[in-house]
Design a protein. Structure first.
Length: 251
């Protein structure tokens, strides 16, 4: 049990491994801080979206990362995803990756996102509340791409900034296609459709205080960054927004 808690606490960005051992990460401090934690009981959708972002936006959890960032389909069988992951392990030269190990990892992932609401098999999962994976029948599931009204603009903005800083920190523009379809982008991680993304980008200038501006000129859809985005500044702005409930959720 202790090992499982450690695993998921680091996977969700609540704790982090340092040279001095395990420490509380910035997200853990922001959500669960003793004096200024903005959501110590995980009652807000914004907190769940942030946990989801940390679970799937980086390749450290292979199954979760691949399903949300690389998989091109809509519906799927667990066996289909398992075979794809086994092929990846073979190409990467990963030793001792057994079929049963991958299958159990997938089972855990899907239970986390489908949950056990109304089911006697598993307990309810908080990530299931996001509705990102839906069962179609006893065997087939689908990724639920579309509008996400419970995803606040402030969380979308923070994740967009983190994505930008990671992949193209020197660039002053980013295309709509990158935001919508690139691996580790908000569009892929949150399974957003183009209409939802476009609406959020139209509100981007007001939400970012003018740091990011959305333009559509001569058929070219892109975001312009007016100044360098510093991670610490973005985290502080996110904490203020969540702490004061200035979430601006999509209509």
């Amino acid at each position: 049990m202790v090992g499982a808690i450690r695993y998921w606490a680091t996977a969700t960005g609540v704790l982090e491994e340092t040279k001095d051992g395990l420490e509380t990460a910035w997200l853990g401090d922001m959500l669960f801080g003793k004096t200024d934690g903005v959501d110590p009981y995980l009652e807000e959708d914004s907190s769940l979206w942030l946990l989801h972002w940390h679970v799937v936006a980086c390749p450290r959890l292979t199954s979760a990362y691949w399903l949300f960032n690389e998989y091109q389909g809509g519906s799927f069988l667990r066996e289909d995803i398992r075979e794809q992951l086994l092929k990846i392990a073979k190409v990467q030269g990963w030793d001792h990756v057994a079929t049963t190990t991958v299958d159990r990892d997938l089972q855990c992932l899907l239970r986390n996102y489908i949950g056990g609401r109304g089911s006697s098999e598993v307990g309810e999962s908080i990530l299931a509340e996001l509705g990102l994976i839906h069962p179609m029948d006893k065997a087939r599931m689908r990724l639920s791409r579309g509008a996400k009204p419970s995803l606040p603009d402030s969380v979308f903005l923070y994740c967009l900034s983190a994505f930008w800083n990671h992949f193209s920190p020197e660039q002053t523009t980013m295309s709509f296609e990158s935001v919508a379809y690139a691996p580790q982008s908000p569009g892929r991680v949150f399974l957003l459709d183009e209409d939802d993304i476009a609406g959020r980008l139209e509100r981007l200038e007001a939400c970012s205080g003018g740091t990011l501006v959305w333009t559509e000129t001569a058929g070219l859809r892109q975001i312009i960054r007016n100044k360098t985005i510093f991670l610490e500044t973005e985290r502080a702005a996110l904490q203020r927004a969540l702490g004061t409930k200035q979430l601006k959720v999509a209509a």
